[in-house]
Write a protein that binds this ligand. Structure first.
Ligand code: ADP
Ligand code: MG
Length: 725
């Protein structure tokens, strides 16, 4: 190996490029079976303390190191302690990510010893693996938000566990506010029930006693042996029949130490700290800044692998997203193919949110003999998933976040992580024994990082949550009890966008269309497009394209085969841009039934295409349920599809300028077409795009040509003027 990445010790004195210590991973715990493993977790000793705190208080905040057993154990403790009734009530555990919800449900159902979907299940967007009998349900926070729309009191749930609350995703934050409100209402309703029971009980005693004694003196004690008659329904003026509804318990679980904020928010809820296991981790920084962190990650993994025995533990690499992960995976496979005889195998295991479930489970499987696993992960492995066997962590220092600026809308950014994220990543190496962490940045760069990440609600587009809040009956969004208040500007922008989409009326109230749109687990722009497709007769094509847009990338573009990949993509190219190009791709893919060889030859990302088909099926089902005719097709008249997209994406348009650049309509920013787009370097009067990605400049992704007139027609309220241009 010619190239090396040079590291230095965290204290800056000792320069080292490799770890040399030999240690064996302790697989004994695994062999002891799940029961023994459960009882071995740090949280086990806190079991009764947790249960009694939850019994005593409405809300409890639990903080514990990653891997201590919060996610898998606490829900089971609640289940074992009778917090739900079989066939009647349920405990919900929310996760910010789909992958976490599904894989944890799988693990917990194994530990409980019942098939997945029975006593323990999960529900995520587009996928329900639970039944009426489910008592422990793992779900995404977005999904629980959706349930509030149809069940404003969350009647089925006795306890809601908000897991990974420290991540402060947009949906967790909204859920915090909604749950606080529901808890208050449930308390009120529970008191009504208690009151009704008391009076019924007393009436019964009264009548009995009066019969017996002819007086109205209450001898309630005497009635105890008899069952009071079946009571009447308890009716509430807001919620109707609320018979039997009790209090809602909330448990907030978090990995880091921002517990006081949660406690304050929930009226000084008690905080329980669970100690975890943490072995020392030797941390290294690079001596020089790395210009290409993917290359650096690749080389570092090879260095660890060739210079330590494969029995010294698996490697976990943190990267920003799917594209990074697939690139490093490819680099590693190529290098591993050239290992001389005698070098153990290297098994790359990717894990990211959009990965199909069958492939996710691979990261949890022990590596085969003479093989070392390299887990390539997004920040999903930071706290959400606990992967056993890790002893080496490689930290790229970046993650992908949503950013929002009212002038440019929402964009995806690859940004440096915070110090607390960096520490969390490092900690992953020392859960089972002492470990090593390689940070692909210098110590000076680390010092520059922010202490904590900014909650998502402060930096992303709010249209979807505002729509959901409105649909859940929260009329005055500005007065909503946010834990961290988003800027007024962002809220106003969301309200304006929803108004332009016709989801809100002049008074800011939800329209019929808005209510319909809120049924979709999609950004309102997409649900609007689906709605418009009925009138324009192109629902089939629109659902296809919306599904295609749900994944990061449809093609592989290996760095050394850029030309070949581009040439292959040309086969699907439509002169009108990416939306129709994607449609061509899907049609061709279906024609060959997703053939593996064909995908390989055309540089088509088969993994993502399968996800696309999945989403398409779910969308079709949802549309059918909402009485949409999903078979409406425009055939070859594809202009209808483009017009249809504009009815939602009129905010994402840019006009050609005399100097050949494009300027966004809404914010007059210069927008560059992504080099991977079929519209790259093309000049048309106007374009619209699915997304903006900010790297060194603003890049539009998934771009198509638009007729400026169509834009004006799509939103006369906003752009009526353009028709005169
Ligand atoms: P926490 O939520 O506190 O971070 P978890 O409950 O997720 O902890 O995990 C506790 C332990 O359970 C982990 O340390 C790991 O050993 C084990 N574990 C969790 N999920 C799996 C899985 N899918 N496969 C194997 N072991 C698992
Ligand atoms: Mg957890």
């Amino acid at each position: 190996m010619a190239k090396q990445v040079a590291f230095q010790n965290a204290n800056g004195t000792e320069t080292k490029s490799k770890p040399t210590k030999k240690t064996k991973v302790d697989y004994k715990a695994r062999a002891l079976g799940l029961r023994a493993q459960r009882e071995n977790l740090p949280i086990y000793s806190a079991r009764s303390a947790i249960i009694s705190k939850v019994r005593e208080h409405s809300t409890v905040v639990i903080v514990g190191e990653t891997g201590s057993g919060k996610t898998t154990q606490i829900p089971q403790y609640l289940l074992e302690s009778g917090f739900t009734t079989y066939g009647q009530t349920c405990i919900a555990v929310t996760q910010p990510r789909r992958v976490a919800a599904t894989s944890i449900a799988k693990r917990v159902s194994e530990e409980v010893g019942t098939p997945l979907g029975a006593r323990v299940g999960y529900t995520i967007r587009f996928e329900d693996c639970s039944s009426e009998k489910t008592q422990l349900k793992f779900c995404t926070d977005g999904l629980l938000l959706r349930e509030i729309l149809s069940d404003p009191l969350l009647r089925r749930y006795t306890v809601v566990v908000l897991d990974e609350a420290h991540e402060r995703t947009l949906r967790t934050d909204i859920l915090l506010g909604m749950l606080k409100d529901i808890q208050r209402e449930r308390k009120r309703v529970a008191e009504l029930n208690a009151e009704a029971e008391r009076t019924q009980h007393n009436e019964y005693s009264d009548s009995r006693n009066s019969r017996a004694t002819g007086t109205h003196i209450k001898f309630t004690d005497e009635a105890e042996d008899d069952q009071p008659p079946i009571g009447e329904a308890v009716v509430d003026s807001v919620y109707g029949d609320v018979t039997g509804i009790g209090e809602l318990k909330i448990i907030v679980m978090s990995a880091t130490l921002d517990a006081e904020r949660f406690s304050e928010y929930f009226d000084q809820a008690p905080i329980l700290y669970v100690a975890g296991r943490q072995f020392p981790v030797t941390t290294y920084f690079t001596t020089q800044p790395q210009s290409d962190y993917l290359d650096a990650a690749h080389l570092t993994v090879l260095q660890i692998h060739t210079e330590t025995p494969s029995t010294s533990g698996d490697i976990l690499v943190f990267l920003s997203g799917q594209e990074d992960i697939e690139n490093v995976e490819r680099l590693l496979r190529e290098s591993a193919a050239q290992f001389p005889k005698g070098v153990p195998h290297l098994l790359p295991c990717p894990i990211f949110a959009a990965l199909p479930q069958a492939q996710q489970s691979l990261v949890f499987e022990p590596a085969p003999e003479f093989t070392r696993k390299v887990i390539l992960a997004t920040n999903i492995a930071e706290t959400s998933l606990t992967i056993p066997g890790i002893r080496h962590v490689v930290d790229s220092g970046v993650h992908k976040v949503r950013g929002f600026d009212p002038r440019i809308g929402e964009s995806l950014l690859v940004e440096p992580i915070s110090k607390s994220s960096a520490r969390q990543r490092t900690g992953r190496a020392g859960r089972e024994a002492a470990g090593f962490c390689y940070r692909l940045y210098t110590e000076a760069d680390f010092a520059q990082l922010d202490e904590d990440s900014v909650p998502e609600i402060k930096r992303c587009q709010l249209s979807m949550v505002v729509l959901q809040l409105k649909a859940a009956g929260v009329n005055d969004i500005l007065k909503f009890d946010f834990m961290d208040r988003p800027s007024k500007r962002a809220l106003k922008h969301a309200l304006l966008e929803l108004y332009a989409l016709e989801a809100l009326d002049d008074k800011g109230e939800l329209t019929q269309l808005g209510r319909w749109m809120s049924e979709f687990p999609l950004e309102p722009t997409y649900s609007k497009v689906i709605y418009a497709s009925q009138k324009l007769g192109c629902t089939r094509e629109v659902i296809d394209i919306v599904s295609l847009l749900s994944v990061d990338s449809l093609f592989y573009i290996p760095a050394d085969k850029r030309e070949e990949s581009n040439a292959a993509q040309m086969t699907f190219r439509s002169k009108d841009g990416d939306h129709l190009t994607y449609l061509n791709l899907l049609r061709a893919y279906n024609k060959v039934n997703g053939d593996r060889e064909w995908c390989h030859e055309h540089y088509v990302n088969r993994r993502n295409m399968r996800h696309v088909l999945d989403v398409r099926e779910q969308l079709n089902r949802l549309c059918t349920r909402l009485s949409l005719d999903t078979s409406k097709s425009c055939g070859a008249e594809l202009d209808a599809v483009l017009k249809c997209f504009l009815s939602g994406f009129f905010h994402n348009c840019a006009l050609l300028q005399p100097d050949g650049s494009y300027k966004s309509l809404s914010g007059s920013q210069t927008v560059h077409i992504h080099p991977g787009s079929s519209m790259f370097s093309k000049k048309v009067p106007a374009i619209f795009y699915d997304q903006l990605v900010f790297t060194n400049k603003l890049h539009a992704r998934a771009v198509s040509a638009a007729d400026p007139l169509w834009i004006a027609q799509a939103s006369p309220k906003l752009y009526g003027r353009i028709s005169q241009l």
